[in-house]
Design a protein around this ligand. Sequence first.
Ligand code: COA
Ligand code: MG
Length: 288
Amino acid sequence: MHSRRALLYMPGDNWKMITKSITLGVDSICMDMEDGTAINKKAEARATIAKALQELNFGESEKLARINSVGSGWEKDDIDAVLPYRPDGIVIPKVESFEQVEWASRIIETAELKYGWPLNSVRMVIGVETARGILNLKEIAAHPRLDAIIFGGEDFAASIGAIRTKDAIELLYARQAVVVACAANDLQAIDIVTIDYKDIEALRVESEFGARLGYSGKQIIHPAQVEPVQIAFTPNDEAIAHAKRIVETFDASQKEGKGAYSLDGKMIDMPLLKNAQKVLARARAAGK
Ligand code: COA
Ligand code: MG
């Protein structure tokens, strides 16, 4: 699966930002037709994204297009405008039911058959960021076509009438519900946007907290956010070295007939091994 530590949005009608995004070494580039695009610019965004998909070389960055939510009235024109130019994936915001995922999945599969692309080669990433979406997470997250779920903090706060704070305590329940649903279905979990994009220290703190919750990546909105987020969602050298030691010592301990043993004065058993393996998998996915 493509690594999505940092997923950068820009308004789909903004050619300048799209061309800038391909120079940033960012994991995923998400050209937006939804809320980042003004209502009177939806058509222009569709045409600009189609042009970018045809003309620009995105290098190692994943090229994604975000359509408007299913039921908005714009979603069909959005997906029809960009899909023929073969984005790496389609992002669907504010998903509230399995059927909405299925709607997009059918359209993508039809395109794959029509153009002779391998089945499932166009990936799907969805936003679950409303009260109804969180309630229906169990069914939604089980859709076989999904790669990742994005949790939108601002949309969720608006959906429940929460007052946003810097530590985001008001989001915690839903933010963790998304991680759990992702882990249960082997999906990546992509965390909230830090909208105060000039405050890099706040971004670092929020990114590290998201990583501790179990998120594998974060949405971003500005070039200055790329590197701090990539660092926060890549296990550091110390974490990798510790994970390697657990993996190395675990086998020997099992052979000695011990399920639990002591390493540096701390107890190690199966769940710690599993977590260490996850750390190493994330490090590998990030090219470390
Ligand atoms: N993607 C690519 N390039 C971006 C960018 C983005 N999201 N945001 C800013 N840039 C570029 C600018 O074009 C500018 O380029 P230049 O130096 O070549 O002129 C450079 O980065 C510095 O930008 P800056 O002046 O600091 O920001 P701004 O005031 O122009 O824009 C925002 C600030 C928040 C309006 C802008 O970052 C933005 O629109 N972000 C995306 C918002 C979005 O898509 N929201 C919906 C999803 S949550
Ligand atoms: Mg949103």
